[in-house]
Design a protein around this ligand. Structure first.
Ligand code: TYD
Ligand code: MG
Length: 470
């Protein structure tokens, strides 16, 4: 066997090198490469055991006895929605999120809810002393819950402790970056340690049937720190998002072997911990100034749940050679596209204007169906005519200026109607799907119809697009 020299691993992405270098070729990070123990197990490799004859095992058919994975609901509806109905025994979830976003708070509340149902729940904190965890539980009014608590970081000790008595229903490891294993020489927090510890804990989950949640730190650019391989090893990856300026938090699944990945759970951070938000639309429309020009409401979907959000636009004459385009909560290239379509097919001239677009409340909208709402806000701001306050918008805008059909129209309309909206702009192509709603439906075919409806004129041709800018 070839002799192995020291090994160097990138602490951001886990790439392995035989010698040190300043920049990681794999992820481009500077100064992220550190020396690690030479005999640390490499992904998919590790020390080769002596050759032995393989054991013959039975192969099975696809058809056979299997039941829907049994689940342990946490009792927190917004959390269960994201996991797909509860924790699956033997599964491992990696929960990422910015520091201070509320991961520990969420998991403490979930632990307490489950423990209160009589399940065994163990909360291992590698970051805080038990007194701190207890203090938080007290603040959350959960001090009486029978959650078993420890501040530990050694994986072997943790697994030995967990293996005593009957297997817990849920084990929280807060966080995986603080864990270390005796079997690995590297320092805690290094890729090798994180990977090795995760492996051991995953093996424990699979053999004992306990659900394990690993908390993972997030790097500056939003990746879960440590090797990406941990994301591949676990059954589900969830992230807890939100920004410091807003009090709501969103739990989102990025990968889920046992459930959907397009569902979100919405929470509100209060003085008494995280509160579930059963009606997020009302939260995102809170404090809306519907009478000013430049705002419109988008009837969106997050997974199977409709979500109404407000788009705000400011179109202001620019003093710059190249006008500013700034967008928060939406895709900048989509904004450029909508602007180009408004100019070419909507008869508007936006070239000399600075344009700002914001999704109110700090939500990030990714659906193409939001095009119409963004366009409505832009048209409204440019023409200084407010859109009706009780109107919602939905529709994708094509490069030809057509409003393209979108999905799940009834659910969107129903939500709008529930929140007191009276009319909706939808693409003409989707009109058959807009059955019974109680809403006044305006079916538009092109972006020209949208411009006309807001500016109040016939299909406007105020400016003929002229590439020479005459
Ligand atoms: P925490 O769960 O410790 O975050 P994480 O584990 O993701 O780092 O949450 C810490 C933040 O939450 C802290 O800034 C204070 C705030 N918080 C509240 O506003 N209310 C509460 O009841 C609790 C427990 C925390
Ligand atoms: Mg924490």
């Amino acid at each position: 066997m070839a002799k192995r020299g020291p090994s160097f691993a990138c602490q951001a992405c886990g790439a392995v090198y035989t010698r040190w270098q300043g920049r990681c070729d794999a992820c481009g990070g500077w100064s992220t490469i550190a020396e690690e123990a030479a005999d640390a197990p490499l992904p998919g490799g590790g020390a080769q055991p002596k050759s032995r004859k393989g054991r013959v095992f039975a192969l099975e058919n696809l058809e056979g006895d299997s039941s829907e994975a049994p689940r342990t609901p946490s009792g927190i509806a917004e959390l269960d929605r994201v996991t797909g109905g509860g924790f699956v025994p033997g599964s491992v979830i990696l929960l990422g999120g910015d520091p201070g976003i509320g991961k520990s708070t969420l998991l403490m509340q979930a632990s307490a809810a489950l423990a209160n149902q009589g399940e065994r729940v163990v909360y291992i904190s590698g970051e805080e002393a038990t007194a701190q965890v207890r203090l938080r539980a007290e603040r959350l009014g959960l001090a009486k819950s029978p959650v078993e608590l420890a501040a530990e970081t050694n994986v072997e000790d943790i697994i030995a402790t967990l293996s005593k008595g009957h297997a817990p229903a849920l084990v929280i490891i807060d966080s995986i970056q603080t864990m270390w294993s005796d079997m690995i020489d590297s320092a805690p927090g290094t890729v090798t340690q994180v990977r090795g510890s995760a492996q051991a804990l995953i093996r424990y989950a699979k053999t004992s049937g306990a659900s394990v949640i690993l908390v993972g730190h997030v790097t500056k650019d939003g990746q879960i720190a440590g090797p990406r391989v941990v994301e591949h090893m676990v059954d589900a990856v969830a992230s807890f998002e939100g920004d410091g300026a807003h009090h709501f938090r969103i739990l989102r699944a990025a990968k889920n072997r046992f459930g959907p990945t397009d569902e979100i759970g919405v929470f509100e951070m209060t003085g008494l911990g995280l509160k579930e938000v059963a009606n997020p639309s009302a939260l995102f429309l809170e404090g809306r100034d519907a009478t000013s020009p430049g705002t419109s409401v988008f009837a969106g979907m997050e997974g199977t749940r409709p979500l109404l959000v407000e788009f705000q636009a400011l179109v202001a004459p620019s003093s710059l050679g190249t006008p500013r385009r700034a967008v928060v909560g939406w895709d900048p290239s989509r904004l450029s596209m909508v602007i180009a379509v408004l100019e070419t097919h909507g008869g508007l001239r936006l070239g000399g204007y600075d344009i700002y677009l914001n999704v109110a409340g700090g939500l990030k909208v990714e659906e193409p169906a939001a095009d119409a709402a963004a366009a409505a806000a832009l048209i409204s701001s440019l023409s200084a005519s407010p859109v009706p306050a009780d109107r919602v918008f939905m529709g994708e805008i094509g490069l030809t200026g057509a409003l393209r059909p979108i999905g799940q129209v009834p659910a969107r309309l129903k939500e709008a109607s529930k929140l007191g909206f009276a009319s909706a702009v939808i693409p003409k192509a989707s009109v058959e799907t807009a059955t019974h709603t109680g809403l006044n439906v305006a079916a538009f075919e092109t972006i020209g119809d949208l411009v006309a409806s807001i500016t109040g004129g016939p299909r406007p041709r105020r400016h003929t697009p002229d590439p020479k800018g005459a």
